[in-house]
Design a protein around this ligand. Structure first.
Ligand code: S3P
Length: 426
C-alpha cells in the first residue's frame, strides 16, 4: 500500500495510542500460562501482538476480544497443549524469542517461524542460554527461524548476557519459570523491565539487584485484570512530528512512562524540546501519564552506550529530528540496528538519500548533520513499521507531497497511525 503525505504547517489535538507492544506480548503470554481468566484492557492492536495471541490460542489458551478488552483463559503453568501446526510469529521478534523460553519447557514438540524478515533474524542469542538450561532446539543454519523445539525438563542457570537485549533476558526468565530453583540473568546494561514487572503481577517471585535478575522456578501464576499503557515508542513519532512542524501543540494521553523506556523524554528535553508530563499514576506496576509537547527548534545530540540501547526503537525517528536540529545527531554503539525488522542503518540511509538529506554511515552507527532541508520524495518502508512511520513524519516537513511505499507495514505496531496523523496534521 502506498500512502501520500503532504507537508504540514500545524499539528494539534489530543491523541491516545495503542497499548504498549512490549507489555502486551508479556501480558498475553503470562495470562495464557496463569490459572483463571485475565482481562487485559488496551491490549496492542498491532499485528505483532495479535501474532502472540494467535500462538497462545494455538497452544490451548481460550482468547476473546470484547470492546477492546482481551480475555485470556489461562491453562496454568503446565496446561499448554501441542499445537496442530507451525506457530506463526509473523513479523514479531518478541513473540518468537520470548515464547521459545516457554516452549522449551513443554511436554511436546513445537515449531515456530514467521515472515521473510523474521526468518533472517538471529535466534542463536536465545538458543545458547536455553541450551545451557537443557533445551533441545534446532534452527535453520543453526541460528535462523523456523525453530523446532523439543520440550524437556529445564535446569536453572546463571547467565551473563553478551548483548543488551530485553528479548533474550525475557526468554531466559520465562524458561526459568519452569526450572526447579533459581535462574539468574546478568545484563550488560539495563534494558526494559516489563517482564520482571509482569511476572510479579502474575505472582512470580522476581528479585532485581542492579543488572542481575533472579526468578524462582515453578511459581503458581494467577490470572489478573490489567491495563496496558499507551506505547511510548509509538508516541515518539508524534513527539518528533510536533517538533518538526511550525505550529504544534499536542497532548498524548495515557502513555507508558516506565523509567527503562522514558529515556526518550529525557533526551528530547535535553535537546530543548518543550515537554510536560502530567497526571502520572501506577497501573499493574507500570507508570502511565499524559505527555504534552509544543513545536520548537531543538539542539542536536549524541547517543552512545547504554543510552543507545535504551532508545534503540526510537533511533529511526530521532535520526530525522537530528537532520532538522541545530547541531545534528551522532549515534554510536548501535550495531543492534542492523538486525531489527530491517537493517535500520541501511534503510534510514536509503530514505535520507531519497529526501536529499546527508548522513554518514558506519558499521554500528551514523552521523547526521543538522539544519538540513527535507525534500519531497518517493519513500519506502522496506516492510519495516518503524521506517514507515519515521519517514512519514519526515514527509510532514518536506517541500512538497511525498509517498510512502509499503505504508501498511505500520500496522505491525500501530494500525491507526495514518488515520491519527491525518486527523491532527494540517
Ligand atoms: C523488545 C526489545 C527490543 C526492542 C523490541 C521489543 C521487547 O529488542 O527493539 O522492539 O519487547 O523486549 P531487543 O531485545 O532485541 O533489543
Amino acid at each position: 500500500m502506498r500512502e501520500q503525505i503532504r507537508p504540514a504547517s500545524a499539528l494539534s489535538g489530543a491523541i491516545q495510542l495503542p497499548g504498549d507492544k512490549s507489555i502486551s506480548h508479556r501480558y498475553g503470554m503470562l495470562a495464557a500460562i496463569a490459572e483463571g481468566t485475565s482481562k487485559i484492557a488496551n491490549y496492542s492492536t498491532g499485528a505483532d501482538c495479535q501474532s502472540t495471541l494467535a500462538c497462545m490460542r494455538a497452544l490451548g489458551a481460550e482468547i476473546a476480544t470484547t470492546d477492546g478488552v482481551v480475555s485470556i483463559r489461562g491453562r496454568g503453568l503446565d496446561g499448554l497443549t501441542e499445537p496442530a501446526g507451525m506457530l506463526d510469529a509473523g513479523n514479531s521478534g518478541s513473540t518468537i524469542r520470548m515464547l521459545s523460553g516457554i516452549l522449551a519447557a513443554q511436554r511436546f514438540v513445537s515449531r515456530i517461524g514467521g515472515d521473510e524478515s523474521l526468518s533472517r533474524r538471529p535466534m542463536d542469542r536465545i538458543m545458547r542460554p536455553l541450551a545451557q538450561m537443557g533445551a533441545l532446539i534446532e534452527a535453520r543454519e543453526n541460528r535462523f527461524p523456523p525453530l523446532s523445539i523439543r520440550g524437556t525438563k529445564l535446569q536453572p542457570i546463571d547467565y551473563i548476557m553478551p548483548m543488551a537485549s530485553a528479548q533474550v533476558k525475557s526468554c531466559v526468565l520465562l524458561a526459568g519459570l519452569y526450572a526447579e530453583g533459581r535462574t539468574t540473568v546478568h545484563e550488560p546494561v539495563r534494558t526494559r523491565d516489563h517482564t520482571e514487572l509482569a511476572l510479579r503481577e502474575f505472582g512470580a517471585d522476581v528479585e532485581v539487584q542492579k543488572r542481575s535478575i533472579t526468578i524462582t522456578g515453578r511459581p503458581r501464576l494467577l490470572a489478573r485484570d490489567l491495563e496496558v499503557p499507551g506505547d511510548l515508542s509509538s508516541a515518539a513519532f508524534f513527539l518528533v512530528a510536533a517538533l518538526l512542524v511550525p505550529e504544534a501543540a499536542l497532548t498524548i494521553h495515557g502513555v507508558g512512562l516506565n523509567p527503562t523506556r522514558s529515556a526518550l523524554l529525557d533526551f528530547l528535553s535535553e535537546m530543548g524540546a518543550p515537554i510536560k508530563v502530567l497526571d502520572v499514576k501506577q497501573v499493574g506496576g507500570e507508570l502511565i501519564g499524559d505527555v504534552l509537547i509544543r513545536s520548537a527548534r531543538v539542539r542536536g545530540g549524541l547517543l552512545e552506550k547504554a543510552r543507545t540501547a535504551a532508545l534503540i526503537d526510537e533511533i529511526p525517528v530521532l535520526a530525522i529530528l537530528g537532520a532538522a536540529s541545530e547541531d545534528g545527531l551522532t549515534v554510536r554503539d548501535a550495531s543492534e540496528l542492523r538486525v531489527k525488522e530491517t537493517d535500520r542503518i541501511a534503510t534510514i540511509a536509503e530514505n535520507f538519500r531519497r529526501m536529499g538529506l546527508s548522513i554518514e554511515v558506519g558499521q554500528d552507527g551514523f552521523q547526521v548533520p543538522g539544519r538540513q532541508r527535507f525534500h519531497a520524495a518517493e519513500l519506502d518502508s522496506f516492510g519495516d513499521h518503524r521506517i514507515a512511520m519515521a519517514f512519514s513524519v519526515a514527509a510532514l516537513a518536506a517541500d512538497g507531497p511525498s509517498t510512502m511505499e509499503g505504508a501498511d507495514a505500520a500496522s505491525v505496531s500501530f494500525p491507526e497511525f495514518f488515520a491519527t496523523l491525518h486527523r491532527i496534521a494540517r
